[in-house]
Design a protein around this ligand. Structure first.
Ligand code: NAI
Ligand code: MG
Length: 395
């Protein structure tokens, strides 16, 4: 029997393309695991009214380790329309299955490393004052609170009267008091002290373990005084246990500007759910974009690893496939880290680094070509060729 069982959830679109590629790399590096397939995504919403079927939840509960590709989410109206006729008007509400999974298993610590690989033509470059360019080395790791904040799911259009009454107790409610409910939408930004503590502590621990000099809290406490304010309070408290790591705080908007001015100054960053989502995509843009952006969703018991990109439906059906499997493969390397297979994780990352440095095999995104079947004729590698090249470089 294999040492590990990994629940593989390809999901929709290019999730089905890239996930098997990551498994090929895990096999090639000698990871002692077996893989069980689990259903997730749009077709299960359409046909069963549930994009995260109970059987998938059960498999994750049992095996505790997951690899996820990507899912397709569509707006509320469209979700209703596409639901099978026999399931309509039965109280089914679409909710993103990956967000649901994070909440169900309390995968509250989301880690998104954004590191530049030398030789990647997509790396951020900066004009120097005296002419010419330099290419700062980006090595940022975003810790995103993954279960609360603006994505907690407490939201309404047409809120019930009791909700309106409760909000009426707040002095700032006055301008909204006369807005008809049907014209009122609200998404609640909820922070708990416990979750703030967990994400901030995880970030400081990571910084300590991996030798980062600073942890930067990216929130907006001057305006979001309660939620961002709580994260700041907690950070000051947690920092006391880490005398050798600096605690910086930036406002999320300013941070978005600074990250293209001096990205090399930042190490570990922490943010609530939505700001963390944004800042991690922004940092990913400096190191190759969605084709390179990997992540882990970590709870006390269960951990699920996924590329941060979505299902990119327009490329899903291309044969041969053209999308970059590196984000998914780096996510699999994070899974290796998580189970303590550090040497294998390093071998995978080194192999990716070698392929990028050599520059002979590049997917369409790395060549800055428009996506589409034509890209192959223009010199782009297929998804499979990229994986083959990475496997050939495994030391
Ligand atoms: P997306 O990430 O699927 O694609 C945006 C663009 O990024 C693509 O058109 C493509 O140009 C590029 N791209 C993405 N992955 C790539 C890869 N591996 N290699 C090369 N290029 C890549 O985001 P989009 O188009 O906003 O959303 C499509 C669907 O995915 C939506 O239904 C959305 O809800 C869902 N989504 C799901 C996520 C998840 O499963 N965690 C995350 C983000 C979006
Ligand atoms: Mg995102």
């Amino acid at each position: 029997m294999a040492k590990y069982t990994v629940v593989t959830m390809p999901g929709d679109g290019i999730g089905e393309v890239v996930l098997p590629e990551a498994v090929r790399v895990l096999d090639a590096v000698g990871f002692d695991a077996e893989y069980v397939h689990a259903d997730i995504g749009w077709q299960f919403w359409v046909t069963q009214g549930n994009p995260l079927p109970d059987r998938t939840v059960e498999l994750l509960r049992r095996h505790k380790l997951g690899l996820f590709g990507a899912i397709t989410s569509k707006p509320k109206g469209q979700a209703k329309q596409e639901l099978a006729p026999e399931l309509r008007d039965k109280g089914h509400e679409y909710f993103s299955p990956i967000v649901a999974m994070r909440q169900l298993f309390n995968l509250d610590v989301c880690i998104r490393p954004c590191r530049s690989f030398p030789g990647n033509p997509l790396n951020f470059v900066r004009q120097k004052a005296g002419g010419g360019y330099d290419e700062p080395t980006v090595d940022a790791v975003v810790f995103r609170q993954n279960t609360e904040g603006l994505y907690c799911g407490v939201e309404w259009t047409d809120p019930p009267q009791v909700v309106r009454n409760a909000l009426g107790m707040h002095p700032k409610w006055k301008p909204f008091a006369d807005v008809p409910s049907a014209d009122l939408a609200m998404s609640v930004r909820l922070f708990t002290r416990n979750a703030c503590r967990r994400i901030v502590r995880a970030a400081f621990e990571y910084a300590k373990k991996h030798g980062y000099k600073s942890v930067t809290i990216c929130e907006k406490p001057n305006v979001l005084r309660e939620t961002s304010g709580m994260m700041e309070d907690v950070a000051r408290e947690v920092k006391a246990d880490y005398p050798n790591i600096e605690h910086w705080s930036t406002n999320i908007d300013a941070q978005m500007m600074w990250l293209t001015k001096n990205p090399e100054d930042y190490g570990v960053l922490v943010a609530g759910n939505m700001f963390g989502d944004i800042i991690s995509d922004a940092f990913a843009g400096l190191v190759g974009g969605l084709g390179f952006a990997c992540s882990g969703n970590i709870g006390d018991e269960v951990a699920v690893f996924e590329p941060t990109h979505g299902s990119a439906p327009k490329y899903a059906e291309l044969d041969p496939p053209i999308v970059n499997p590196i984000a998914m493969i780096l996510s699999a390397a994070m899974l290796l880290d998580h189970v303590g297979a550090t040497k294998m994780a390093v071998r995978v990352r080194d192999a990716v680094a070698a392929v990028v440095r050599e520059g002979k095999v590049r997917t369409y995104d790395m060549l800055r070509l428009p996506g589409g079947a034509k890209a192959i004729g223009q010199g782009a590698a297929t998804t499979t060729q990229m994986t083959d090249e990475i496997i050939s470089k495994l030391g």
